[in-house]
Design a protein around this ligand. Sequence first.
Ligand SMILES: [Zn+2]
Length: 140
Amino acid sequence: MRRSHYHAGDSHACECVADCELAARRRRAKRVLLNSRLLDEDATVLASVIAHELQHARDYEQIRLGALSPDCTELEVRAFEAQSRTWRTLWPAELPTTTQVEQDLTRVSLVYDANGVEGLRRMVAGAAFYQRECASRDAA
Ligand SMILES: [Zn+2]
């Protein structure tokens, strides 16, 4: 069963990770599913979340072709980088924090602004959700 793909920050973690990878293994990762609650958000939120998911989709294709290593943490880092670059491009001045999702996107972007990819790597590696997800997949 597919779970929702909503994830914008480390508190909600990346619900899609397991599913996306599962989908990639089944070679039918052709869809990006978004939680319907995102429809109430600003279009810039959707754009940033979709940027995250499209990076996953590109990466899974590269993994399938043998051109990219399926490293759990690194895949999230790459997706959060794409998400943050989109969010920052759409909000070059002050980042919005009105909704919970906006707060998540802004928090991740500030990490990226301050410490780049290494900051995102520490964020993902330090998140309990990813530690669980990545450990279970590495064992599989
Ligand atoms: Zn992700």
